[in-house]
Ligand binder design. Structure first.
Ligand code: GDP
Ligand code: MG
Length: 698
């Protein structure tokens, strides 16, 4: 007897698989990816009676074993591959009591694979409300299995389910209907040709166009040569199979289930009417969006600032306590600052996913999709893209993660690729200082030019996102099914446990997956800014002191910091790119700012403060502003003019300039291809926009 039982949770979307999974595993779970594709793989451990342990997988939702999407392939590939280490000893089909008929189709198919199968009928708490009654012993007899009637919401029946899993060996593995009756001659031939194979498995391999990479190659070739029927004939047979299954299910439910319609209430109908209303629907949705936006943008700043300050003090403390030297600097300015840079994203991620989980759990999200889908689809997006696009105005990181709710891979990818165009809050410090510097005083229709410019930047960001989506939709050749959800789940009070687990899981994913990349890049950037080759860098202090003997200690320190940065590796890079950015109106000092601000856009201001040697006073916006206003090129012309200012604003509006976004896109698309393409194309767009603006305005 194996020490661990492999259990696979299978079922239609929204039947409560994940809730059952959470109920069984609690916090003993982890989320990864299936190799090569971006479908979440959730697994966990459940302790059963008598010390037995079960390894549980929460498989993606699937309507049947006739695959039509990536998610569904995952399920079939696992069920057809006995050698997979996750191959289930027992399949647990989760169904929901309100949609038993549809749910049972999948159940009968799995039963044909002769895997011990337990039927879970979830949401039993809804039975009374819906007037549903079930004859469980009868259903068990007809469906040839054991049934657990449970409610994860009310925490009922979970122990019974655990007991059934522990005793899975007692389950019958006989199919509950004879599907081969749809074409006896054909199936007899099949049976004779492959006497050692499971008939239904053969049938699935013959009828599916999926990639059965994991199944023995020879076998597939043999089966391929057996495709004596045309595609159309096979399709017809498949339909016959489905009809046959539904006949069986209908007959079973006729006796096993009674529904008393009169007791079903019509609250849902009323709510639907309001929430998908042509006027109220949008109004309510946008109110909720604004609240969400507010949460990520405003409320999250308190814990974010706190984390930011704590890491800054920690870095100071390390510097004061440990002996001076390279290691202390690496620790304080590289590692601690880098980890701080990851941690500051936790509050926005947590807040956004708190809201999203609430919306999903309550059943409201499906109404939003219904409402927004028609508009968004024109741009190649999904109704669910609204959430990432709006959240992107606070921060692209949680926004990109929120795209995970979009089922169609193409729509999801497009959403991920265009979201960073929206104006995240890290752009604000750059915008504010440049606008303050170069946009003239004056007003138009009561709005100051400065405010109008800021507003224009937000609008440009949003429109660019939408427009790019439109283009990407035309040029990306990705086949992926985009569903239109016809069936809407019923409304529910969100389960706290599900919401909490979503928030924890998203935060963990970010910290541990994207965090690695962010930390690595920040250490590299730190190194480039803190070290440099040659005399000028290494003897910065002596050089500055001899040249500026008359300056005060504080001013000297600032000058030294500026001198060091100028001659560090990053300074050298900044100078090296000067010819390339000159046509945009920038000098090498701005070049250094562009390079360092790849860590995060707001770093631009801090870098300028150092390079203009206002370091310690750099927190004071006026000091740095007056310094910037006085900056001149070698030929005496001002550096920050309307032309170069607008050019910079546009550069920051379009360029990706954020290693954390890069890291999360890598994690969410599971490849370096998309983040690199995104980085390259956004930089090119930014460069061209800045170039045109400067050349036109100068
Ligand atoms: P999955 O898509 O199959 O993984 O389903 P989820 O576990 O995400 O659940 C879908 C929805 O059903 C969520 O809104 C859950 O809160 C809700 N749900 C899950 N179990 C129950 C239950 O026992 N009773 C009720 N009323 N709702 C439930
Ligand atoms: Mg789920």
């Amino acid at each position: 007897m194996p020490k661990q039982i492999n259990v696979a949770l299978i079922g239609n979307p929204n039947t409560g698989k994940t809730s059952v999974f959470n109920a069984l595993t609690g916090l003993n779970q982890k989320v990864g990816n299936y190799p090569g594709i971006t479908v979440d793989k959730k697994e966990g451990i459940c302790k059963l009676p008598r010390g037995v342990k079960a390894h549980i997988i929460d498989l993606p939702g699937t309507y049947s074993l006739n695959a039509s999407s990536l998610d569904e392939n995952v399920v079939i590939e696992l069920l057809l591959n006995k050698n997979d280490k996750d191959f289930p000893d027992v399949a647990v089909v989760v169904s929901d009591v309100e949609n038993l008929k549809r749910n049972l189709l999948l159940y009968t198919q799995i039963k044909d694979l002769e895997i011990p199968t337990i039927l879970v009928i979830n949401m039993s708490d809804r039975m009374e409300y819906k007037g549903i009654q079930l004859d469980i012993p009868y259903l068990e007899k007809e469906l040839l299995t054991k049934i657990a009637l449970i409610s994860t919401r009310k925490n009922k029946g979970i122990d019974q389910l655990k007991a059934l899993i522990a005793n899975y060996k007692e389950l019958s593995i006989t199919p509950c209907l004879n599907a081969s009756e749809i074409d006896n001659t054909y199936f007899d031939k099949l049976r004779k040709a492959f006497p050692n194979q499971l008939l239904y498995k053969l049938w699935l391999v013959i009828t599916q166009d999926v990639n059965f990479g994991k199944i023995d190659r020879n076998q597939i070739d043999a089966i391929d040569s057996f495709k004596t029927k045309s595609k159309a004939d096979l399709k017809r047979l498949q339909q016959k199979e489905t009809i046959k299954r539904y006949q069986f299910i209908n007959n079973t439910l006729k006796k096993g289930q009674t529904i008393d319609l009169s007791s079903a209430k019509d609250l849902r109908i009323k709510l639907d009417r309001i929430l998908t209303h042509k006027v109220w629907g949008y109004l309510i949705f946008f109110t909720i969006l604004i609240l969400m936006f507010q949460a990520v943008y405003d409320w999250a700043t308190y814990p974010t600032d706190f984390i930011d300050e704590s890491f800054a003090s920690l870095a100071d403390w390390v510097k004061d306590t440990l002996p001076d030297g390279a290691f202390t600097n690496l620790l304080a300015e590289g590692i601690i600052a880098g980890i701080g840079g990851i941690m500051v994203f936790i509050p926005p991620i947590a807040f956004l996913f708190l809201f999203i989980a609430l919306l999903e759990e309550s059943g409201y999200m499906s109404r939003v999709v219904f409402l927004m889908d028609r508009i968004m689809r024109r741009f190649g997006l999904s109704g669910k893209s609204v959430v990432p696009l709006i959240s992107g105005n606070a921060c692209a990181i949680p926004a990109v993660m929120a795209a995970r709710n979009i089922e169609s891979w193409k729509e999801r990818l497009i959403t991920i690729l265009v979201t960073p165009f929206t104006t995240c809050s890290a752009r604000l410090p750059v915008y504010v200082i440049i606008i303050g510097l170069v946009i003239p005083e004056g007003s138009f229709l009561g709005l100051s030019y400065k405010a109008l410019t800021l507003m224009a930047l937000y609008i440009i960001g949003f429109l660019t996102a939408i427009f790019s989506a439109y283009i990407l939709n035309k040029i990306l050749k990705i086949k992926s099914k985009s569903y239109f959800v016809i069936e809407m789940p019923s409304y529910k009070i969100p389960l706290f446990k599900n919401v909490a687990l979503t928030v924890i899981e998203k935060t963990k994913t970010f910290v541990f997956e994207a965090g690695k990349i962010i930390l690595a890049i920040s250490i590299v950037l730190w190194f480039l800014a803190s070290y440099g080759p040659g005399e000028q860098f290494n003897n910065a202090e002596t050089i500055v002191r001899t040249e500026n003997a008359s300056l005060s200690e504080v001013d000297l320190d600032d000058k030294i910091a500026a001198h060091k940065l100028e001659h560090s590796y990053i300074g050298i890079i900044g100078k090296a790119i000067e010819p390339a950015i000159k046509p945009l109106g920038y000098d090498w000092k701005i070049g250094i700012g562009l390079v360092t601000s790849f860590a995060a856009r707001e770093v631009f201001v801090g870098t300028l403060a150092t390079i203009y040697s206002v370091g310690s006073a750099g927190d004071n916006e006026d000091t740095i502003k007056s310094k910037m206003a006085a900056e001149v090129h070698r030929n005496g012309e001002k550096v920050f003019t309307l032309a170069s200012g607008i050019s910079l604003l546009l550069f920051y509006a379009f360029a990706m300039q954020c290693m954390s976004t890069l890291a999360i896109v890598k994690r969410e698309t599971n490849s370096w291809k998309w983040p690199m393409l995104q980085l390259a194309s956004m930089t090119i767009i930014a460069y061209l926009a800045a170039l045109i603006a400067f050349q036109f305005l100068k």
